[in-house]
Design a binder for this molecule. Structure first.
Ligand code: TPP
Length: 553
C-alpha cells in the first residue's frame, strides 16, 4: 500500500504505537527523537506527555501500563537521556511491567567509533540490556517494523518486562512505506496437564489450604475468585494486592507477614505460592515461617530452585494454571468447617494490629476507607506511612488499583501517580508520598499540573527521611545523620505552580480537606504536618539477616 505524502520512520513508530492500542506516551523531547515526536504530534492519535525528567517519564509510562494493562511507552534521548531512565527501568524490571523504552542513537556512520559525536555513549546498548528484559538496536529503516513488533511481543510475553529499542537519528528521518504493524501473537506458557493433576490432588487432600499470590497472578482474578469461593484462603504480596478483593471473606490482604497470620500458617496444611518472588522485604528476609507443606506455580522454571523450596512445582502461566486447578477441584475440595472463621479471625486481629501501629494516623485510614472512590488508584512512594499502613489499607478490590515501587526505590511515587492518573482511564488517583522521596522529582509537580493529572497527593512531611531515622534508632544506637533535610515550603511551591494546597495539622481537618480535594479536578496537595499530628504507634520493622538455609545453593 502506498502512503501519500511520503512518511518517515518517525511516522512508522507512531503508527506502530497506534496499532498496539497505545493512547498515551511519556518522555523528554530531544534532537535525537524529534522525528518520532513530530509524527506523534502530526498524527494526533497518541497523547504525548512531556515530563521534566526521563526518570519521571519512565515511571509514568510504567504506571500507565500497570493501571491500564496496555503497553507503556517512554521516549528518551541518546546518552544521558537514556541513562536518566535507568533507575525507573530497574523498577519496571522488578515489577515486570510491559513497557517499551524507545530511545535513540547517533547517526549510523558514526556508531561505536568514539568520535565524540553529540550524545554519544560508548556502551549504551550494554547499559540498556542491563536494565531491560531485552534491548535491540535498529540498524536500517527496513528493520524498524519487525524489531518494534518483536520488542512489543517480548515485553508482553510472561514474565513480562520492559524492552528498550535504539533507533539512530538518521534512521528516524528516512522515508519509508508503512508495512503491517499488527501486534504479534503472545504465546501463553501452557502448564503440563499431568503436573496440574498432581497439584490438584495435593490440594484436594488439604483441609486448610492457602494461596500466596504475587504480581505474576494478576491476570488470574476469575480463577482466584472461584478457588476462594471453594474455601481456600488468600494472602497476596504487595504486587498481588487486590487480585482477590481485600473485603472477600477468604482474603488475608497483604497481611502475610503479620503475627496473627504467621500463627495461622502453623495450622495450614498446604500453601500454594503463585507468581511470587516471596521477596525478602515481605518475608522478613526469608525468616517468615510459611506453612511447611508448599507447592508453587511460576512461569519461570528457575523459580523452583529459589528461596522457599516446595514439594510440587508447576511451570506455566498463572492464569491458565489456576483456571486448570479451579476446574479440577470443582466439587472435590473439602475444607475444614472452622477454616473460614480462623481466616476471618486472623484478618481481624491483623487489622487491629495495623490500627495500633498507625497510632495518630489511624483516623486517616477511616477517612480514606469512607471517602476514596471505590475505583480509585492508590499509589505510594517508599515512605514510613506506606510501610506502616498504606501497603495494607485502604480496601483494594482490583490489582490494577494498587501501585508502588516494588524494588523499594524512593522518589518514584509522584511520577507513578501522574502516569496512573493519565493512563488509568479517568479514575481518580490518590498518592501517598514523603517529603524526602518527593524531593527526588519535584519537577514532575509541574508535569502533573500541566497535564491535568486527576490526583490527590497526600504529602507526609516529617522533615526528612523517617525510614532512615527509624533504622538509625533501631540499628545504629540512635546516631542520626544525613536524614534531616531542608525542603521547600511546599505551600509556596504549590502556589508558584498554581496547584491547590492545604496543610493539615490535626487529623480532624483531614476529612473536609479530602472531600474538597476529591471534588476538584487535577492535582491537589494535602500536606500533613507530622510533627504536629503525632507519632506512629510503633517503629517499622527492620531487615533481619537471612536464615542459614537461604542464599547458599
Ligand atoms: C532511590 C533510593 N535512594 C535511597 C533510598 C534509601 N531510603 C529509603 S527510605 C528513605 C527515606 C524516604 O524519606 P521520605 O520520602 O521523606 O519518607 P519517610 O521515610 O520520611 O517516611 C531513603 C533515603 C532508597 N530506598 N531508594
Amino acid at each position: 500500500m502506498r502512503n501519500t505524502p511520503p512518511t518517515n520512520v518517525g511516522d512508522l513508530v507512531a503508527a506502530f504505537l497506534e496499532s498496539h492500542g497505545v493512547t498515551v506516551a511519556f518522555g523528554v523531547i530531544s534532537v535525537h527523537n524529534m522525528p518520532m515526536l513530530d509524527a506523534l504530534h502530526r498524527r494526533g492519535r497518541v497523547r504525548f506527555v512531556p515530563a521534566r525528567s526521563e526518570s519521571g517519564a519512565t515511571n509514568m509510562a510504567d504506571a500507565a501500563a500497570r493501571a491500564s494493562g496496555r503497553l507503556g511507552v517512554v521516549f528518551t534521548s541518546t546518552g544521558t537521556g537514556a541513562g536518566n531512565a535507568a533507575g525507573a527501568m530497574v523498577e519496571a524490571c522488578t515489577a515486570g511491567t510491559p513497557l517499551l523504552h524507545i530511545t535513540s542513537q547517533i547517526d549510523t556512520p558514526f556508531l561505536d567509533q568514539g568520535w565524540g559525536y553529540l550524545h554519544e555513549a560508548p556502551a549504551q546498548l550494554d547499559m540498556l540490556k542491563a536494565v531491560s528484559k531485552a534491548a535491540f538496536r535498529i540498524g536500517a529503516p527496513g528493520e524498524t517494523a519487525a524489531v518494534l513488533r518483536e520488542a512489543a511481543r517480548v515485553a508482553r510475553t510472561a514474565p513480562t518486562g520492559p524492552v528498550s529499542v535504539e533507533i539512530p537519528i538518521d534512521v528516524q528521518r528516512e522515508t519509508i512505506e508503512i508495512p503491517d504493524l499488527a501486534p504479534l501473537p503472545v504465546a501463553d506458557a501452557v502448564p503440563d496437564a499431568a503436573a496440574l493433576d498432581r497439584l490438584a490432588a495435593r490440594l484436594a487432600a488439604s483441609r486448610r489450604p492457602l494461596l500466596w499470590l504475587g504480581g505474576g497472578a494478576r491476570g488470574a482474578q476469575d480463577a482466584v475468585a472461584r478457588l476462594a469461593g471453594m474455601g481456600i484462603g488468600v494472602v497476596t504480596s504487595s504486587a498481588g494486592r487486590g487480585i482477590l478483593p481485600d473485603d472477600h471473606p477468604m482474603s488475608l490482604g497483604v497481611f502475610g507477614g503479620a503475627p496473627p497470620v504467621e500463627r495461622l500458617y502453623e495450622t495450614v496444611d498446604f500453601m500454594l505460592v503463585v507468581g511470587s518472588h516471596l521477596r525478602s522485604n515481605e518475608t522478613r528476609t526469608y525468616n517468615l515461617k510459611l506453612p511447611t507443606a508448599r507447592g508453587r506455580i511460576d512461569v519461570d522454571p528457575a523459580t523452583e530452585a529459589r528461596s522457599y523450596p516446595s514439594e510440587v512445582f508447576v511451570a506455566g502461566d498463572a492464569r491458565l494454571a489456576l483456571e486448570g486447578l479451579a476446574w479440577r477441584l470443582d466439587g472435590r475440595l473439602q475444607v475444614a468447617p472452622d477454616f473460614v472463621a480462623d481466616v476471618a479471625a486472623a484478618r481481624r486481629e491483623a487489622e487491629a494490629g495495623l490500627r495500633r501501629t498507625a497510632g495518630a494516623y489511624a483516623p486517616m485510614l477511616d477517612v480514606l476507607e469512607r471517602a476514596m472512590p471505590r475505583d480509585a488508584l492508590w499509589v505510594r512512594d517508599i515512605t514510613l506511612s506506606n510501610s506502616i499502613w498504606g501497603n495494607r489499607a485502604p480496601t483494594i478490590r482490583d490489582p490494577r488499583a494498587s501501585m508502588l515501587a516494588l524494588g523499594g526505590g524512593i522518589g518514584q511515587g509522584l511520577a507513578m501517580a501522574v502516569g496512573a492518573a493519565l493512563g488509568g482511564g479517568g479514575r481518580k488517583t490518590v498518592a501517598l508520598v514523603g517529603d524526602g522521596g518527593l524531593q527526588l522529582g519535584l519537577g514532575e509537580l509541574a508535569t502533573a499540573a500541566e497535564s491535568r493529572a486527576d490526583m490527590v497527593l497526600l504529602l507526609m512531611n516529617d522533615g526528612g527521611y523517617g525510614v532512615i531515622r527509624n533504622m538509625q534508632d533501631n540499628d545504629y544506637g540512635g546516631r542520626r545523620c544525613y536524614a534531616d533535610l531542608k525542603a521547600p515550603d511546599f505551600g509556596l511551591l504549590a502556589e508558584a505552580l498554581g496547584i491547590p494546597h492545604r496543610r493539615i495539622r490535626e487529623m480532624g481537618a483531614f476529612a473536609p480537606a479530602f472531600a474538597e480535594a476529591l471534588g476538584a479536578t487535577g492535582l491537589f496537595i494535602l500536606e500533613f504536618d507530622m510533627a504536629a499530628i503525632g507519632p506512629f504507634g510503633a517503629r517499622a520493622g527492620g531487615f533481619p539477616p537471612p536464615p542459614a538455609w537461604a542464599g547458599r545453593r
